[in-house]
Design a protein around this ligand. Structure first.
Ligand SMILES: [Cu+2]
Ligand SMILES: [Zn+2]
Length: 183
């Protein structure tokens, strides 16, 4: 083998290693297709100002939910995964009802009986911002309970965690669709 060919061959190997590891480490989907992180960008519905981003990260025992929402009225707001990843309607109603693949009753995220999409409430401070982080044991990135491509809704008022089937959380202030995160 001539010296020139050897150098080219070495370069090729180095470039291959960089591109392979680059793909694996910079993506939230591993080589087996398992997803580790998802994200939703929430946009205000017609006439409202609530907006923000929520990240979903696979952790031991569940999925960590971390977000920051702005432009909210002060106080608690119902926060749910809804059945459809469809925010096309001006009022957000196209996202359908709460994501409920098990046909359960509406409830608190801590309850045994809840919709998969029941994530409870987020609370806005005096500046209209809500920052939150918690782990949910029910939502998933695979199978029947997968939240990928589903809708996320922030509501006008608090979810009372009891009223059927919506928690009486009022109208929809912001809507977004859960997608696979870049990293
Ligand atoms: Cu909702
Ligand atoms: Zn519900």
């Amino acid at each position: 083998m001539s010296k020139g060919i050897k150098i080219n061959f070495t370069l090729l190997i180095i470039i291959s290693i960089i591109s392979i590891t680059g793909c694996v480490s910079a993506d939230s989907v591993d080589t087996n297709g398992n997803i580790s992180k998802a994200v939703v960008k929430l946009n205000p519905t017609d006439g409202n100002s609530a907006k923000g981003v929520v990240w979903f990260t696979k952790v031991v025992g569940g999925v960590k939910v971390e977000g920051h929402i702005e432009g909210l009225p002060i106080g608690a707001h119902g926060f749910h995964i809804h059945q459809f990843g469809d925010c096309s309607a001006a009022n957000g109603k196209s996202a359908g009802g709460h994501f409920n693949p098990n046909g359960s009753e509406h409830g608190s995220p801590m309850s045994d009986s809840r919709h998969v999409g029941d994530l409870g409430n987020i609370t806005a401070d005096s500046s209209g911002s809500a920052t939150f982080s918690f782990v949910d044991e029910i939502i998933s990135f695979s199978g029947k309970r997968s939240i990928l491509s589903r809708g996320v809704i922030i509501h006008e008022v608090a979810d009372d965690l009891t009223s059927q089937p919506t928690g009486a959380a009022g109208s929809r202030l912001a809507c977004g669709v859960v997608g696979i995160a870049k990293n």
